[in-house]
Ligand binder design. Structure first.
Ligand code: ZN
Length: 319
């Protein structure tokens, strides 16, 4: 009962199709891509638009051409990474057929693949939606991307979780969506050990909430130049030496672009401490708790000023 263009015979190679493609303006008459000619695997956490661009590239189509020719109606406008593309369940099924990737696998790999809706009740559509800066996908490690795509591309955008900030194999990280090229981190060895510690934190029942709290605190410290300023300046300097492009990315400063990477080791250390804080707080005075946190951050002491977010956190989380 399938009436989708994907029912087209899978015999014609994409090159052949392209050679018979009509001129621009008559695109609606263009034969659709033959389903399943190419099996394009998504990267873990890949942005939907990034994956569809890879799929389109394999068929030598643009993204709009791919969606149009597979019978998917596009609403809105946008480009990755400032906007995200969400598919209706029916459109996602079309893409699963075309890519020969099982739907369950596709859903697992692409965290924002589908918008709400019931399969079979809505037409295949795709919606562009602008993304807030903190939700934009970042550049994936180009070496991992090239390896996983079997050499077809080195460029991808991913909604990577924080514990995947640094690629452990290639020592690369894109802490900000505005970076088209990740930063090389190999010269800053504490980033690697912080990654290991972060993996352990993810297994802690309070790991996720402690991470969010710690990141809010260290981000404020960084922006207001508190407690760890010298260490962070030093680390930023090392990252800038290894990454000339850090100083030449649009209007954003290196200080801001690298922020999440510069504060990463201390954020992980603070998060691990906060995760075990209820236990610490039962047996120690507030002053001692600050001493424990200072020790974990390798600071001689920690004296929060008025309005320090750590003080607010300790006030609200102490039993
Ligand atoms: Zn990598």
């Amino acid at each position: 009962m399938s009436q989708t263009p994907l029912a087209a015979p899978a015999t014609a190679a994409p090159d052949t199709e392209r050679s018979h493609a009509p001129a621009v303006g008559a695109w609606a008459q263009t034969p659709p891509p033959a389903a399943g000619v190419f099996r394009i695997r998504p990267l873990p956490y890949e942005a939907t638009a990034s994956y569809l661009e890879h799929l389109a590239h394999a068929y030598r189509l643009t993204l709009p051409q791919l969606l149009d020719s597979t019978g998917i109606t596009v609403h809105g406008h946008g480009t990755t990474p400032t906007a995200g593309l969400a598919l209706s369940p029916a459109a996602a099924q079309h893409i699963a057929s075309l890519s020969r990737i099982p739907m369950a696998h596709l859903t697992r790999a692409l965290p924002h693949l589908t918008q709400s809706g019931k399969p079979g009740t809505e037409p295949p559509t795709a919606h562009w939606k602008p993304l807030e800066a903190e939700h934009r996908p970042v550049t994936a490690c180009p070496l991992c991307t090239r390896h996983r795509s079997q050499g077809t591309t080195g460029t991808a955008r991913v909604h990577r979780p924080w514990h995947q900030l640094v690629c452990p194999r290639h020592h690369q990280a894109a802490p900000d969506p505005r970076l088209d090229t990740p930063l090389r981190t190999g010269t800053v060895i504490e980033l690697t050990s912080a990654r290991h510690a972060h993996q352990r934190l993810t297994r802690h029942p309070r790991g996720a909430s402690a991470w969010m709290a710690a990141r809010a605190i260290t981000t404020r410290w960084y922006d207001h130049q508190q407690h760890l300023t010298d260490r962070w300046h030093h680390r930023l300097h090392h990252l800038a030496l290894a990454n000339a492009h850090l100083d030449h990315t649009g209007n954003a400063s290196a200080t801001l672009l690298a922020r999440d990477l510069v504060i990463y080791p201390e954020t992980v250390a603070l998060a691990r401490t906060l995760a075990t804080l209820p236990h610490q707080s039962r047996t120690r005075s507030p002053r001692d708790v600050l001493g424990v946190i200072a020790h974990r951050l390798q600071l001689a002491n920690l004296t929060p000023v008025t309005g320090d977010p750590l003080t607010a956190y300790l006030t609200h989380t102490r039993p």
